[in-house]
Design a protein around this ligand. Structure first.
Ligand code: PMP
Length: 455
């Protein structure tokens, strides 16, 4: 007999250890217990339906139980569920590598598969490290430093946290992480340089350029998210920021690593965010939406110049020493191939949808607690503040962001905040009517839970 919803909740409380979850408040904050999905909607064990406002953690691209992707996985199940890529190949991975190389920014023709966004980044760091020990007879082996941005998030493996720029992670794992050079991230609402947006002239870019110029000969790679700082609170780069960083990185002879785990695969309104700035990196990290949000698969794309440094007789040991058991899993690759068909079909409609979302969230700017309303492609972030004049935050213990998201549930919308930033990251397949519902639910939540904020 199947367990009842109450029994399932008891099993959860007794046995599941949830990621990024304070267990002392877990049950009190009424967590979802999802049973199924239908299009852009989640359905819980009690039959309640919620619009999936964060695309099941920013990855669901075309809705749940999308017939085309379901069928591709079923078809692949009829052939084989798993085979290794270590020294061998299988059909879906070969097809997917060709397909990704065909749509990637200029020059990215080699695809290294892994399982999650974190591992895609971890792989890029290790490739960059090994590259400079091996390229040109190791003449540039002095390149041992990495530069990344304050506020950046690149995942949870040790290398990815090291290049991340979120202070709380660094406090927790001090001693475990490797040192990384850091430049200020472009967080205009609370400018790390204390400047005003209208007159700054992208001063944070000048800081990045200065560090790159100073450290140039020892710099292995500059690592940054394209388009926007994601986990820092959906903070869009100023126009020209990525282009400027790319130019300075090239001039210094370092590798440019772009993390499009969040911004890639249509989220920017284009296939890749770096394309919007005309930038093609040496290494590109992809994950999340690559399978349409179905299965864990990630990819690190590299240029032939990078790949060539790993060629040579086995005795020379130039092989890339990295690989996971489920790397490039056939079911996941089959899902990704079906998702790519859908991307091809849906991409032309995304800019209009992104503009609709932008216009809808801008209407929230009138709420006194909406300190900053940010929008990039099909992503938006509303930073809640106690006092708009001084930009004073609410005390973190009040968990206003979480409370606003719980209120949104009353209107049939599921959201998960980043602290006091309300994140809207819906499936790309969201309809204009559903965008209206999403924004109305956020408005209801902010009015109810932050009515005491001052304008
Ligand atoms: N890079 C970025 C930009 C991300 O937003 C994330 C996840 N939010 C990651 C890397 C890590 O991806 P994953 O959680 O799949 O390991």
């Amino acid at each position: 007999m199947e367990p009842t919803p109450e029994e399932l909740r008891a099993f959860d409380d007794a046995h599941l250890w949830h990621p990024f979850t304070p267990h002392s408040v877990y049950r009190a904050e009424d967590p979802l217990l999802v049973e199924s999905g239908e299009g852009n909607w989640l359905i819980d064990v009690d039959g309640n339906r919620y619009l999936d406002g964060v695309a099941s953690l920013w990855c669901n691209a075309f809705g749940h139980r999308r017939p085309e992707i379901d069928a591709a996985i079923r078809d692949q199940l009829g052939k084989i569920a798993h085979a290794t890529l270590l020294g061998h190949a299988h059909v879906p991975a070969v097809k997917l590598a060709k397909r990704l190389a065909g749509i990637a920014p200029e020059g990215l023709t080699r695809v290294f598969f892994s399982d999650d966004g974190s591992t895609a980044v971890e792989v890029s760091l290790k490739i960059a490290w090994q590259f400079f020990r091996q390229a040109d007879g190791g003449r540039e082996a002095r390149r041992t430093k990495f530069l990344a941005l304050g506020g950046a998030y690149h995942g949870d493996t040790v290398g990815a946290v090291s290049v991340g720029g979120i202070d709380t992670f660094h406090e927790r794992f001090r001693g475990l992480l490797f040192p990384v050079l850091r430049a200020p991230g472009p967080y205009c609402y609370r400018c790390p340089l204390g400047l005003e947006r209208a007159t700054c002239g992208i001063a944070c870019l000048a800081e990045v350029e200065k560090t790159i110029a100073r450290e140039g000969p020892e710099l292995a790679a500059v690592v940054l998210e394209a388009g926007f700082l994601g986990a820092a609170g959906i903070i869009p780069h100023p126009e020209g920021f990525l282009r400027g960083v790319a130019r300075a990185t090239r001039a210094a002879g370092a590798l440019l690593v772009i993390d499009e785990v969040a911004a890639g695969m249509g989220r920017s309104g284009a296939m890749f965010a770096c394309g919007r700035e005309g930038v093609a990196p040496d290494l590109l990290c992809l994950g999340k939406g690559i399978t349409g949000g179905y299965l864990p698969l990630a990819a690190t794309l590299a240029t032939e110049r990078v790949f060539a440094a790993f060629l040579g007789p086995p005795s020379e040991g130039r092989t890339f020493f990295h690989g996971h058991t489920y790397t490039g899993n056939p079911l996941a690759a089959a899902a990704a191939l079906a998702a790519l068909d859908l991307f091809e079909r849906e991409l032309p409609g995304l800019p209009a949808k992104a503009a609709y979302l932008g216009a809808a969230v801008r209407r929230l700017a009138d709420l006194p607690a909406a300190g900053d309303v940010r929008h990039y492609g099909l992503a938006a972030g509303i930073e809640l503040v106690a006092d708009r004049g001084t930009k004073r935050s609410f005390p973190p213990g009040e968990r206003r962001g979480m409370r606003v998201c719980l209120r949104a549930r009353e209107k049939g919308v599921f959201l998960r905040p980043l602290g006091d930033v309300i994140v809207l990251m819906p499936p790309l397949s969201i309809t204009p009517g559903e965008i209206d519902l999403l924004v109305a639910a956020v408005s209801h939540g902010i009015r109810t839970e932050c009515g005491d904020a001052v304008a």
